[in-house]
Design a protein around this ligand. Structure first.
Ligand code: CAO
Length: 486
């Protein structure tokens, strides 16, 4: 086998340690050896170069994605979730919207007349908006300039829509071989690839609905938008990974996050259970203790825990009138003894019928009934306090009202108050991912086409004459607006 060529080092190379003669005496510690200097351009694991360590204060040296430009061709929820995250990490996100209409969510579920809906504002913070008719000649010319200027194009149109616009991968790649083209689609390649998909379709097709709800009831969708926002998160990670790879290869690539795949990824434990079924009943599911036989597929498990520690939702004081006076209670094996003491069943600590996790499995429902008799005497917060004191994991069922008022979430920026010129102040969920050197400031969503002129002039560097021509063609919608006003 041919020997690997040694990598040429710029500086004088030291002999490899393995070949060096063993020193008789340990070498005296030099000043440099005692205090290693931070060397600029030290190669990292990929052989690429790192700059010197910044001496600026934390949060004072730009943001994680400073310098990255995103052509944001997204709408509704999945795509905008992704680009909003990228904007929070410092990317310059330019949202391209259809003149006069914009992202359809601007007008959906409106609470304040003539103001962008919360649906839109809460998914499009920190972005700029340009209106552009991509199906017009001038609109496509602007898009071409955008493709040549940006690093990433993100879209979640129906399958084939981008191609129908004329923006095929081949064309984009020829205009800008460094561009990353990231897409959300309902399904990956296969029989359903041409289908349009919304949140609940993805929850159903990705395995969530069949495994959510109670065994004797219909499949249920969850309130968490795992199909839309969940896939947006997956896509954001794909984009950041592609940007990282581009640092090494110099070229862009396609990134695809299919909603079915994203949901299935989040339902991973249920595919685990599907395979476990072949080896016997799923003993941690309540139906095992209730002597109800398992079929060939993973059943709905109500509020059973998805992990190895049994859990259930139990009533707390006030449950008769408060729909959220409940707590999730986990009978984690290592804290079984404190649980017995707390609920007034110390004899269960040594009773062989209760003392081991295996012995408890067939009677979980009865055990939770006994625990509930105790939780019903306390509010969910009192249960939490008593349980946390002895390390018993519990989760109060918090309503949206309670979360909106939660002080600690305001303090961390997870819930933020944002001001908007047409709707006034509103609450939003800020960046849930905290970076210590890339601090998120949440700014309001753009009005439709608010930054059209700014982007044409400052980002795309069109001359005043060119801008006049683009506008006169109607590509940015200004002519249509003018005509409607006349
Ligand atoms: N200028 C001109 N035309 C534009 C435009 C612009 N700036 N922006 C969009 N359009 C056009 C598109 O080109 C498309 O035209 P064609 O149908 O002629 O190709 C048209 O607007 C509509 O796009 P669409 O089909 O994506 O929109 P829809 O409302 O019919 O479907 C949705 C919406 C979400 C079902 C579909 O986009 C989809 O399946 N997306 C992928 C999966 C996804 O992200 N779903 C989550 C949505 S969040 O719940």
């Amino acid at each position: 086998m041919a020997k690997k060529k040694p990598v040429k080092a710029k500086a004088k190379s030291k002999k490899p340690v393995a070949k060096a003669k063993p020193a008789r005496k340990p070498a005296p510690k030099t000043k440099a050896a005692a205090k290693p200097k931070i060397v600029a351009k030290k190669p990292n694991g990929n052989g690429s170069a790192l700059p010197p360590v910044s001496k600026k204060p934390w949060g004072g040296d730009g943001k994680a994605l400073t310098g990255v430009k995103i052509l944001d061709f997204t709408h509704v929820q999945s795509g905008p979730t992704c680009t909003q995250l990228l904007a929070w990490f410092g990317a310059d996100v330019i949202k391209v919207e259809r003149p006069g209409i914009g992202d359809i969510t601007r007008g959906q579920l409106r609470d304040v007349p003539n103001a962008d809906s919360l649906y839109f504002t809460m998914l499009n913070h920190n972005k700029r908006s340009i209106t552009l008719d991509s199906k017009s000649k001038q609109g496509m010319a602007v898009l071409e300039r955008l493709v040549k200027t940006c690093d990433v194009l993100v879209e979640n149109f129906a399958p084939g829509a981008l191609d129908r616009m004329g923006l095929t991968w081949e064309r984009i790649n020829s205009w800008n071989p460094r561009m990353i083209v990231a897409s959300v689609k309902g399904f990956g390649p296969g029989p359903y690839e041409d289908c349009k998909v919304y949140e609940n379709v993805a929850q159903c097709a990705g395995g969530s609905a069949s495994t959510t709800g109670f065994r004797d009831g219909p499949p249920l969708v969850t309130g968490a938008q795992i199909g839309d926002s969940g896939t947006g998160l997956h896509l954001a990670l794909g984009i950041v990974a592609a940007l990282f790879q581009r640092n090494r290869t110099g070229r862009g690539q396609k990134v695809l996050a299919a909603m079915q795949d994203g949901v299935l990824n989040l339902c991973r434990v249920k595919l685990r259970d599907q395979q476990r079924l072949k080896h016997g009943p799923l003993k941690e599911y309540s139906q095992f203790g209730q002597n109800i036989p398992f079929g060939s597929t993973v059943p709905r498990a109500g509020n059973d825990s998805g992990g190895g520690q049994p859990g259930w939702i139990l009533k707390c004081k006030g449950w008769e009138t408060d729909p959220n006076a409940y707590i999730y209670f986990i009978t984690q094996a290592p804290v079984w003894e404190p649980i017995c003491d707390l609920i007034g069943k110390p004899e269960w600590k040594t009773d062989p019928g209760y003392a081991t996790p295996g012995a408890r499995l067939p009677k979980l429902s009865a055990i939770f009934d006994t625990i509930e008799a105790w939780t019903k005497t306390k509010t969910k917060f009192e249960v939490m306090e008593a349980c946390n004191a002895v390390d018993i994991p519990v989760g109060p069922i918090l309503s949206m009202e309670e979360l909106a008022e939660e002080k600690s979430l305001r303090e961390t920026g997870t819930i933020v108050e944002v001001d908007h010129p047409t709707r006034g102040k509103y609450l939003s969920v800020g960046n849930p991912i905290k970076l210590s050197d890339s601090i998120t400031e949440v700014t309001r969503s753009p009005l439709l086409g608010e930054h059209t002129d700014e982007i044409l002039t400052k980002v795309l560097k069109f001359t005043p004459a060119e801008i006049a021509e683009i506008k006169a063609s109607g590509a940015t919608g200004d002519m249509a607006k003018k005509a409607a006003a006349e």
